[in-house]
Design a protein around this ligand. Structure first.
Ligand SMILES: [Zn+2]
Length: 240
């Protein structure tokens, strides 16, 4: 535990100000207090990183077709258990040139979990993704965006950089028009959009709102002059 984490833990025990800081540290997309993370890329290029969480699912193939039709690379934060369920789909994502990140094995809320549990979840996902696709992720996204004590160390041991988002699509609860409007409003150089091609560990999840949104979003953003980059690229200041 770092000194900062010790202060935060003390705050959680009952000091109001400390609890406020803790809530920020645990959930805020811009916070790196509990584990290092980024929530946007460089602003020097009109680039946007599309990220998709909770896959692979039975609908990921349809999303891959949409992305391919627009030549759009993306980043997929996959759960180990879903990769184990649909290994062919995970391989298809990697073969299509997209980046694959770690989204834990079973999509637990990391809040209040032990460092051993947190490390185990990240390591299990890392292993199955590497075994299935041939390469281990270098990016991690926390389920529900919730970070906790011990995550910093787990990320460090596994060589994972945390990635949050600049706009969360809310594609699991809002209708298409509203999601589309929210994403277009968040379009800016270096933006990282968070959408979902799965629902935690559900088999055959309904991600039709995401698919309909992406179908309209891609041409609209391209018309506005944006192109798409994987997360590792959008963080790099020197990419051409
Ligand atoms: Zn998730």
């Amino acid at each position: 535990m770092t000194q900062l984490e010790a202060v935060l833990a003390t705050g959680a025990a009952g000091v109001t100000v400390g609890a406020g800081i803790l809530a920020y540290a645990v959930r805020a997309p811009s916070s790196s207090l509990l584990a290092p993370s980024v929530n946007k890329g460089v602003a020097t290029r009109p680039a946007i990183a599309l990220t998709f969480d909770d896959g692979p699912s039975e609908s990921t193939g349809e999303l891959l077709e949409l992305l391919a039709a627009h030549g759009a690379p993306a980043t997929f934060f996959q759960c180990g258990a879903n990769v184990r369920r649909l290994p062919e789909v995970a391989r298809h994502v990697a073969a299509a040139g997209h980046e694959i990140g770690n989204h834990t094995n079973s999509h637990p809320m990391l809040h209040c979990k032990s460092p051993e549990f947190i490390y185990g979840e990240l390591a299990a996902a890392q292993d199955i993704i590497a075994e299935t696709t041939g390469s281990a992720p270098s990016l991690f996204r926390a389920p529900f965006g919730v970070r906790w004590f011990g995550l910093r160390d787990a990320q460090q041991r596994l060589g994972l950089n945390g990635v949050m988002w600049s706009t969360l699509a809310l594609d699991w609860k809002w209708p298409r028009e509203r999601v589309l409007h929210r994403l277009l409003a968040g379009a800016s150089n270096g933006a990282i959009f968070c959408l979902h091609d799965g629902r935690q560990l559900q088999a055959r999840p309904d991600v039709s709102v995401m698919l309909e949104t992406v179908r309209e979003l891609l041409p609209e953003l391209m018309e506005r002059g944006f192109h798409f980059e994987r997360v590792s690229e959008i963080l790099c200041p020197t990419k051409n």
